[in-house]
Design a protein around this ligand. Sequence first.
Ligand SMILES: *Cc1c(COP(=O)(O)O)cnc(C)c1O
Length: 389
Amino acid sequence: MTSSVRIASRMANLPPYLFAEIDRKKALKQAEGVDVISLGIGDPDMPTPQRIIDAMATAITDPKNHQYPAYAGSKPYRTACAEWMKRRFGVALDPDTEVLALIGSKEGIAHLFPAFIDPGDVTLVPGVGYPVYHTGGILIGGETHWMPMNDANDWLADFESTPADVLARAKMMFLSYPNNPSSAIAPVEYFDRAIAFAREHDILLVHDNAYSEIGFDGYRPSSLLERPGARDVAIELFSCSKAYNMTGWRVAFAAGNAEAIKALGTVKSNIDSGIFTAVQDAAIEAMLGPQDDTFEMSALYQRRRDLVMETLGSIGLSARTPKGTIYVWARIPEGYSSAEYAGLVLDRAGVIVAPGNAYGPNGEGYIRISLATPDDRLKEALQRIADTF
Ligand SMILES: *Cc1c(COP(=O)(O)O)cnc(C)c1O
């Protein structure tokens, strides 16, 4: 029987799934009995801190939390987000108009498109970055302009080179520092230039600060909202996911420009019904309780970073030493594509690494190595790679 189901044509514009070939090889390897180790995933391996689990356990027993949540987030949650921003960055926000709860920042990124992008409008997207900056636009008929991002410009997406005809149609621009996948950090002067650029061209600037709590060697990431004038043109996304090992809990928030927050909130109120209020209570504990656990996580990732950096040279890879995030972004030897090289690492060593081109056109020639891997597995993976390359 032929199906009468007709899928929207825009679905065909989504990029191919770049892990498909690796997944196929992984299944083959496992069938051969190989113990495959994945360094491909950006998901903290350590459990959520106990203080947060305890807060959840209490909150879940409260019948008030069993009903529909407030769309924008509970008042205590939004107030806690504002308090956290004040303590952490010295940024004062109005919890009623400048803060919006998100079911993870991924949800917020995707829903910014229906709020800001009409068919044919352009989003300025970093040459490597979180895939939804691109696919979120594709799904609603928007267009992507890739901002060049490479070693020569220190992985600071070059918005200034955007051609005038593209700029005329550009409505939104994403930046994200500390950066996934390149691990680059941005100097405040770069943020200031981005704010001036967004103002000059009437563009909403969205700063995705998913790694705000993970810094090494004494470095602590800053907030774009600390910069003068940011609130006129920008919103920033924060998430409990990487900061507090809470990827499975789905809790984040947007902060900044009140008009943009309102538009995003309007889209969301037509699509979702908010975050389970008990999870919001747990996130309040995450943000306002003792922060020792996040410092311990940074120290752990820093040790793992050092393990990776010590091994890289001996296997023909090179990388800048990351100051944050949970990734090492390594240049691969000449003569391979990212996908070929990742395939080779899996074939020879039984280790999965992420091919750089999965994150955008400027990722070709790189692989991403995740530090969210238990120490013993990470050590074994590095040993196997060192033995086989
Ligand atoms: C992990 C990640 C996200 C998604 O985070 P959630 O809050 O779990 O949805 C968004 N942006 C970047 C850059 C990420 O690495």
